[in-house]
Structure formats: C-alpha cells, structure tokens
Design a protein around this ligand. Structure first.
Ligand SMILES: NC(=O)c1ccc[n+]([C@@H]2O[C@H](COP(=O)([O-])OP(=O)(O)OC[C@H]3O[C@@H](n4cnc5c(N)ncnc54)[C@H](O)[C@@H]3O)[C@@H](O)[C@H]2O)c1
Ligand SMILES: [Zn+2]
Ligand SMILES: [Zn+2]
Length: 373
C-alpha cells in the first residue's frame, strides 16, 4: 500500500501518479497534491487500474492538446478514504469501482428518462495539481494511475471487497463498454450472428456480451493471430484475419453469403469502420466503439450501397451503460463464472511500469495490463 502525506493546515494530501505533460511524451510518475473532498466529492485510494487504449490516445493528443497535463488512467477500483459534505451513497472504507458516467439527474436527457445519455455527467472539481502548481486534467474525469484521486461520489460504485480489485477495475471501462455495446447499444438477440472488428480488451468483452445474449455465430476479426486465439477462448465461434484476405467476404462466407446481424468496430480506424458497415446482413446494426479521433475521416462511403442495406449505424459511448445498474451485474456475472475477467487481466504491473503497459498493448501482447498500486 502506498502512503500519502498530508498537510495539516490545508487538509490537502500529496499523492503519486503518472502524469503526461506533453503530447506524445512518456507519462512519468510524479508527486501531486489533492485538495480535501468538497461537497459531494470523495477521495479514493486506488488499488488497481487497467491500462485502456483511450489513455494511450489521450496521451498522444487525440483529445486535443489544451487539457495537458493529464493524470492518466480511467479504469480503476479502490477504497473510499474520505468524503465531502452531503455524501450519502458511499462511506470511507467502501470498495468501489470508478465510473466515468455519473448521471446528473437534471440535464435534458436525464429529465427525459435517458440517464445513460447524460450530457452533464458529474465530476469532482479540478483540484489536483502538480507540485509546481499546474492544475491536472484527470482522464475522463477520473485519473487512476495513482495512489489517490478525487472524484464525484456518484462516480463510486461499491463492490464486494472479497472480489479482486484488478478484475473489478476493468468493469470501470473496457469490459463495461464491450458488454454494454452488445447488450444495450446493439441489443443482440438470441440465435443471431455477430462480427467484432478488433479483439482487444473491448472487443473481447463484446464477444462475451454477445455470448451471454445468446448469439450463435460470433466472428472475431483481428490482424494479430494471438488475439484471434484469445477471442475463441472468450466465445468467438469463428475468426477472420484481414491480412489473409477481404474480411467482409470472409464474414459473408461464414454467414451463408448474407453477412451478420450485428457488427462492432472496436479498433478506431476508417477502414475497419467501412468493413464493419458492409459486413452486415440487410437491416443489420453496426455499432462504432473505437475512438478514431478528431482528424480521422470516412472518405468513401458508397451511399447507394449503404441505403440498400437498411438497418442502422450507431456510436456507443460506454456501452450505453448505467453504472449503478450494470457494475453490480457484471461483478455478479464474474462471480458466477459467466464473465471471464481473469483472462482479460493478462499482466499485472507496478505504477512505475505504465509506459511498458502501453508498449505491451501496442505490441499486441496484452488484453489488459493492470497496474496494482
Ligand atoms: N466508445 C467507448 O466508450 C470506448 C470505451 C473504451 C475504449 N474505447 C476505444 O475502443 C478501442 C479498443 O480499445 P482496446 O482497449 O480494446 O484496444 P486494444 O489496443 O486492446 O485493441 C485493439 C485491437 O484492434 C486490433 N486491430 C488493429 N488494427 C486492426 C485492423 N486493421 N483490423 C482488425 N483489427 C485490428 C489490434 O490488433 C488489437 O487487438 C479504442 O479505440 C479505444 O479508445 C471506446
Ligand atoms: Zn444528466
Ligand atoms: Zn477506457
């Protein structure tokens, strides 16, 4: 366990975490200060954090350069250490998974009964600073590659402390996103067919979600043979490697010439987006999960062919989940052996090894490196 030191006069603490100061530069472990939790906020001691591709993208400047320096990490589990005024949903000592969506209850979507689309998700005020006084931007309003972080208490979803924090941390982003994309964004029905482009941590979670939903044909698509092997272990009934030929043709061949009922893009590239769109059967659903970033464009979408296919194309944020409803469900599925999170945790690393976690992801060696703090 990492100790923090505190300043008696202000109540602020000094924590340690991975900070990305400049786009494209390695994240470096630094000390930083955290003000005491304000009204509605919670100080959380992090136990474990998954390394998601979105951290790498943010570090590389995909979300713009204005928000640097970042406190990296957004897929975490920990223990509530202190709460601010008026917090009733969690108490110090609670083990919690951190959510990057905490519906506000007041925006136009929340008021219309669609809290999973909340446009003003709750975050703590930005009161974490580098030792030289620069305000940090925690990734997706959380920041989990660190000993401690400050979040809104509604971002804290309690879990059974008997469960391992490494596996629980993954529910906070990648696993929830993938499973939710299958269950909610696509609404996969029993007996249907699915193709998943990109079999990383998120794509394999789409595969698990599709299996739980009862899909009978689940096609994993990835350029890395090792990823395809793992995809089968999570429930893919078929695999396709686009380096060996046109993946759309291969998917059609597997599905009697028709294409799939649901396709998922979990890479974040224009070419795989087009492949996902056109690997569908008539009236099929294509769900975009991968974050292509602001500079990517889809240059050639043949609109006639797109129209003739019918169906729908949609983007999924966070698998359209509601953390208060869905995190406990996924934890329970893990307990019951339905969700193989042990297999998603490919590697456990230390806080000082987060850069190595990114490199291992880039080399395709991991589904998730998990930082144990
Ligand atoms: N929408 C959301 O709410 C949300 C949430 C979490 C992550 N994401 C995004 O989802 C994507 C996947 O995240 P991840 O953590 O699983 O990443 P990852 O790096 O673990 O997985 C990506 C996979 O894509 C494969 N790939 C690369 N090029 C390919 C190609 N041309 N065809 C097929 N497969 C290819 C890689 O081999 C790898 O297995 C990222 O873009 C991430 O930012 C989105
Ligand atoms: Zn809202
Ligand atoms: Zn993520």
């Amino acid at each position: 366990m990492m100790e923090s030191s505190s300043n008696e006069a202000t109540g602020s603490i000094v924590a340690r975490g991975v900070i990305a100061r400049e786009p494209g530069e390695p994240g470096v472990v630094e000390e930083f200060t955290i003000d005491p939790p304000g009204p509605g906020e919670a100080l959380v001691r992090i136990l474990a954090s998954g390394v998601c591709h979105t951290d790498l993208s943010a570090k590389n400047g995909v979300f713009g350069t204005d928000a640097f320096p970042f406190l990296l990490g957004h897929e975490g589990a920990g223990i509530v250490e202190r709460v601010g005024e008026g917090v009733t949903n969690v108490s110090p000592g609670d083990h919690v998974i951190l959510a990057w969506r905490a519906p506000c209850g007041e925006c136009r979507f929340c008021l219309a009964g669609q809290p999973h689309l909340c446009a003003a998700s709750l975050n703590a005020e930005k009161r974490m600073r580098t030792m030289d006084g620069v305000t940090l931007t925690p990734i997706l309003g959380i920041g989990t590659f660190c000993t401690h972080t400050l979040v809104h208490s509604k971002q804290c979803i309690p879990y059974d402390p008997a469960l391992p924090p490494e596996q629980m941390s993954l529910i906070g982003c990648g696993v929830m996103t993938g499973v939710g994309a299958a269950l909610y964004s696509a609404g996969v029905k029993p007996g249907t067919s699915v193709a998943v482009f990109g079999c990383g941590g998120v794509g394999d979670s789409v595969i698990m979600g599709s299996r739980i939903a009862g899909a009978t044909t689940i096609i994993g698509v990835d350029i890395d043979p090792r990823k395809l092997e793992w995809a089968r272990e999570f429930g893919a009934t078929h695999t396709v490697n686009p380096t060996e030929g046109d993946p759309v043709e291969a998917i059609k061949a597997i599905t009697g010439g028709h294409g799939v009922n649901y396709s998922f893009e979990a890479v974040g590239r224009p070419d795989t987006t087009l492949q996902a769109i056109f690997s569908r059967d008539l009236a099929g659903t294509c769900v975009i999960i991968g974050v292509a970033g602001p500079r990517s464009t889809l240059d050639e979408l043949p609109l006639g062919k797109f129209f003739d296919l019918g169906g729908s194309l949609r983007v999924s944020w966070y698998g359209d989940c509601l953390p208060t409803r869905d995190f406990p469900m996924l934890a329970e599925w893990y307990k019951q052996g339905e969700l193989d999170l042990d297999r998603v945790v490919t590697r456990i690393i230390s806080l000082d090894e987060s850069e190595e976690g990114f490199h291992a992801m880039e080399r395709g060696e991991t589904l998730r490196s998990v930082i144990r703090i």
